[in-house]
Design a protein around this ligand. Sequence first.
Ligand code: ZN
Length: 74
Amino acid sequence: MLTTLRMSCKIVELIEKRITCPYCGEDWIALADPSAGSADYVEDCTVCCRPIVFHMDVDADGELKMLIPVREDD
Ligand SMILES: [Zn+2]
């Protein structure tokens, strides 16, 4: 399932997570929204603009456990 991260009217708590782009290898801070639970979503790399698939794992308390960036073609 692919979920697109989007801004909405409700206040969401975004988690800052340092990730490494699987394409260009640059580190940058991704913003994850764990409020909707575990999800996969695509966000373009801020450096090389290629689409990174994020596997977000959220536990039962709504805490972000893992945010794993992978290439779209993996
Ligand atoms: Zn990149």
